[in-house]
Design a protein around this ligand. Structure first.
Ligand code: HEC
Ligand code: HEC
Ligand code: HEC
Ligand code: HEC
Ligand code: HEC
Ligand code: HEC
Length: 502
C-alpha cells in the first residue's frame, strides 16, 4: 500500500484516536442538530454534547501524536534511520505536505468548534435548564415556583451569578461542590437562607433595576376570602407609596427613598434568618445619624459587637422576588379570584386548605390523597352538593392539586412557612421587624413609625357595593371579623400564619 502520510502515523493508537475523534465529532454534530430541530430534548443533552463528549474528543485527538511518538521510537529501534532524527518538517516531501494540510485543516475546524462549543457550554451552564432541571431534585422547588413569578423570564444566573468572569468562575467552583453534594445526597433540606455569599444586590438586581427610578404610588388589589361557608369575598385595595427618586429625577419620597437611595441603614439581627432585629442605625443623606434599640429584644451595648452588622439593600425587603412559595390561604384566594375555584361552592376555601396542609411525604401520594380528602369532605358535609355539583368539586380538586404542585415540595421539605417573606407584614413580620412601634431612639425618644398610612393608604375594603367604592383620601383599616383592637396591638402575622385561622 502506498503510504500517503509520514510512516509514524500508521500505528494502532493514532488510528484508534483518529477514528474515535471522527465518530465523536459526528455524534456531537448530530445531537446538536437533532436538539436544534426537535427543540430541547432533555437537560442532560447539554451536559453530554457540550461538556462530556468534547472532553472525550480532545482526549481522542491527543492519542494521535502520542501514537506517532511511540511508533517513531519503535521504528527507530528497528533501524529506520529516518525516524531516529528528531522531529522535522520537509514540505518538499509529498507525505509531509499532506500531513501538514490535514493537520492544519483539522486544527482550524477543531479550534472553531471549540470556540463555538465553549460558548455553548458557557451559555448552557448559565441557563435555567442547567440550574433548575439538571440537578432536578434539589432545585425543583425554586425551578417550579419561579415559573409563576415576575422574574419568570430572568435566568437563575442573572441573579445568582451576575456579570463578569470572576463570579462565573466562583459559581462554577462552588457548583462543583454542589454537584458532589447532590450526587452523594449531602445537601440540606430545605436549602437554608439567607444564602451566604449571595452576590450583592448592587451587582445583580441593580444591573436591571435602576435604584433611582421613581415608582410613584402603586395601586395593588389584595383579594381575600373568608374561611366561612360562603367564602365571603373581602378585597382590599391599597395605594402603596413605593416612591423612590434622586436629585436627577427630582422626586424624592416613599418607601424606596427613605429606605434605600439617599440613606444608609445598618442593622443587627440576633437570629440566622434575620427576623429578630435588635438595633438599627440610619445615616441620612445629610449625614445625620440616628440609632434605634428594640425594646422588645433588648441587647446590652457590649453584646451588640458579638453580632454581624448588615447594610440594608434590596434583598432585605425583596428576599422573595422570584421562587415565591404561596401560603395555602393566599394561593386559594388567588384561584378563587380567577374563577379556577368556584366561589359559590360551600366552604371551598376551608376544605381546600385542609387538604393542602395534610402530612404528605412525597408529591405523588399527595395528589391522590388531596382528591380523596376533598371528595370525602363533600360526601360527608355536603352530600347534596356532592350529588348535584360534582363538576365543580372535581374542578376544586384539580385546582387544589395544582396549588400543591406549584407551592409544596415535600421531598425538599419546602413550603411557604419555611422561608419568611419580608415584603409587607401579613404572614411574616416583614416591615414590622423594625416598624413595630418598639424601636426607640434613646436621645430623642423618636420611634420608627408603625402608622398604617406611612407606607400605604387603604382606598377600598370589604365586600358588597360599599366595599368597592374608592376613597382617595384613605380609610381606616376595618378588620373583616371583630377582633377589637388586636390588629393595632399585635402583628398581623401573629394570627395569620398562612392557613387562615383553621
Ligand atoms: C430575580 C432574581 C432571582 C432569580 C431569577 C432566581 N433567584 Fe434564586 N434567589 C434569589 C434571592 C434574592 C434569594 C434569597 C436570598 C436570601 O434570602 O438569602 C434566592 C434563593 C434561592 C435559593 C435558596 C432557597 C430558596 O428557595 O430561597 C435557591 C436554591 C435558589 N435561589 C435557586 C434558584 C434557581 C434554581 C433559579 C432559576 C430557576 C433561581 N434561583 C432564580 C434571587 C433569584
Ligand atoms: C436580568 C434583569 C433582572 C434582574 C437581574 C432582576 N430583575 Fe427584577 N425584574 C426584571 C423585569 C424584566 C421585571 C418586570 C417584569 C414585568 O413587569 O413584566 C422585574 C420585576 C421586578 C419587581 C416587580 C415585581 C412585581 O410584583 O411586579 C421587583 C420587586 C423586582 N423585579 C426586584 C428585583 C430584585 C430584588 C432583584 C435582585 C435579586 C431583581 N429584581 C433582579 C428584571 C430583572
Ligand atoms: C424598605 C424595603 C425595600 C427596599 C430596601 C427596596 N424595596 Fe423595592 N419595593 C418595596 C415595596 C414595599 C414595594 C412595593 C411593591 C409591593 O408591595 O409588592 C417595592 C417595589 C419595587 C419594584 C416594583 C415597582 C413597580 O413598578 O412595580 C421594584 C422593581 C423594586 N421595588 C426594586 C427594588 C430594588 C432594585 C431595590 C434595591 C436597590 C429595592 N427595590 C429596595 C420595598 C423595598
Ligand atoms: C432594618 C429595619 C427596617 C426594616 C426591615 C424596614 N424599615 Fe422602614 N425604616 C427604617 C428606618 C431606620 C427608617 C427611618 C427612621 C428615621 O427617619 O429615623 C425607616 C423609614 C421608613 C419610611 C419613612 C417613614 C416616615 O417617617 O415617613 C417608610 C415609608 C418605610 N420605612 C417603609 C418600610 C417598608 C414598606 C418596609 C418593609 C418592606 C420597611 N420600611 C422595612 C428601618 C426599617
Ligand atoms: C412600614 C410600612 C407599613 C406599615 C407601617 C403598615 N403596612 Fe400594611 N403593608 C405594607 C406593605 C409594603 C404591604 C404590601 C405587601 C405586598 O405587596 O405583598 C402591606 C400590605 C398590607 C395589607 C394587604 C395584606 C395582604 O398581604 O394581603 C393590608 C391589609 C395592610 N397592609 C394593612 C395594614 C394596617 C392595617 C397597618 C397598620 C396597623 C399597616 N398595614 C401598616 C407596609 C406597611
Ligand atoms: C388576634 C388575631 C388576629 C390579628 C392580630 C389579625 N387578624 Fe385578621 N383575621 C383574624 C381572624 C380570626 C379572621 C377570620 C378567619 C379567617 O377568615 O381567616 C381574620 C381574617 C382576616 C382577613 C380575611 C380572611 C383572610 O385571611 O384572607 C383579612 C384580610 C385579615 N384578617 C387582615 C388582617 C390584617 C391586615 C391584620 C393586621 C393589621 C390582621 N388581620 C390581624 C384574626 C386576626
Amino acid at each position: 500500500m502506498k503510504r500517503r502520510l509520514p510512516s509514524s502515523a500508521y500505528n494502532p493508537i493514532s488510528f484508534f484516536g483518529a477514528i474515535a475523534a471522527i465518530v465523536n465529532f459526528i455524534v456531537i454534530v448530530s445531537i446538536v442538530f437533532i436538539d436544534h430541530v426537535l427543540g430541547g430534548l432533555s437537560p442532560y443533552v447539554g451536559i453530554i454534547s457540550f461538556i462530556i463528549l468534547p472532553s472525550l474528543l480532545f482526549l481522542c485527538l491527543l492519542l494521535i501524536p502520542i501514537g506517532m511518538h511511540f511508533e517513531r521510537r519503535r521504528l527507530a529501534r528497528n533501524g529506520d534511520a529516518s525516524q531516529a532524527r528528531s522531529f522535522y518538517l520537509d514540505l518538499g516531501k509529498p507525505s509531509h505536505q499532506r500531513a501538514t494540510i490535514i493537520f492544519s485543516t483539522c486544527t482550524i475546524i477543531f479550534l472553531l468548534a471549540t470556540a463555538m462549543g465553549s460558548y455553548q457550554a458557557y451559555e448552557f451552564t448559565e441557563s435555567v435548564t442547567f440550574c433548575g432541571q439538571v440537578c432536578h431534585d434539589v432545585m425543583e422547588p425554586e425551578f417550579v415556583a419561579y415559573q409563576y413569578s415576575p422574574h419568570a423570564r430572568v435566568t437563575c444566573a442573572q441573579c445568582h451569578v451576575g456579570k463578569g468572569a470572576d463570579w462565573y468562575v466562583r459559581s462554577k467552583l462552588s457548583g462543583a461542590y454542589q454537584v458532589y453534594a447532590a450526587a452523594f445526597d449531602l445537601y440540606p433540606r430545605p436549602v437554608p437562607t439567607p444564602i451566604k455569599n449571595l452576590r450583592p444586590a448592587r451587582e445583580t438586581c441593580e444591573q436591571c433595576h435602576w435604584p433611582d427610578k421613581f415608582h410613584g404610588s402603586q395601586e395593588k388589589l389584595f383579594n381575600h376570602y373568608m374561611v366561612d361557608e360562603e367564602n365571603t369575598h373581602w378585597p382590599i385595595r391599597l395605594l402603596i407609596k413605593t416612591g423612590g427618586g434622586s436629585k436627577e429625577t427630582g422626586l424624592a419620597q416613599g418607601i424606596h427613598w427613605h429606605m434605600n437611595i439617599a440613606n444608609e441603614i445598618d442593622y443587627i439581627a440576633t437570629d440566622e434568618q434575620r427576623q429578630e432585629i435588635a438595633w438599627v442605625r440610619i445615616k441620612d443623606h445629610q449625614g445625620n445619624v440616628r440609632e434605634y434599640m428594640n425594646e422588645e429584644n433588648p441587647l446590652e451595648p457590649e453584646d451588640l459587637a458579638k453580632y454581624e452588622m448588615r447594610r440594608m439593600d434590596c434583598i432585605d425587603c425583596h428576599n422573595r422576588p422570584t421562587h415565591v412559595y404561596r401560603s395555602p390561604s393566599r394561593a386559594v384566594n388567588t384561584f378563587l379570584s380567577m374563577g379556577e375555584i368556584e366561589p359559590s361552592l360551600p366552604s371551598a376555601k376551608r376544605i381546600a386548605i385542609e387538604a393542602l396542609i395534610g402530612e404528605y411525604s412525597v408529591k405523588d401520594s399527595a395528589k391522590q390523597k388531596i382528591a380523596t380528602q376533598i371528595e370525602q369532605a363533600y360526601a360527608d358535609e355536603y352530600p347534596e352538593t356532592w350529588e348535584t355539583r360534582t363538576a365543580d368539586v372535581k374542578q376544586l380538586i384539580a385546582s387544589t392539586q395544582e396549588i400543591y404542585r406549584r407551592n409544596f415540595f415535600p421531598e425538599m421539605k419546602v413550603q411557604w412557612d419555611v422561608y419568611p417573606d419580608n415584603i409587607g407584614h401579613f404572614t411574616s413580620p416583614g416591615c414590622y421587624r423594625c416598624h413595630n412601634g418598639s424601636f426607640v431612639n434613646d436621645e430623642s425618644g423618636e420611634v420608627i413609625t408603625n402608622d398604617c398610612n406611612s407606607c400605604h393608604v387603604i382606598i377600598s375594603q370589604g365586600s358588597g357595593a360599599n366595599g368597592q367604592a374608592i376613597a382617595p383620601s384613605g380609610l381606616e383599616f376595618r378588620h373583616p371579623v371583630d377582633i377589637e383592637e388586636a390588629w393595632k396591638e399585635m402583628a398581623c402575622s401573629e394570627c395569620h400564619t398562612g392557613t387562615s385561622q383553621l
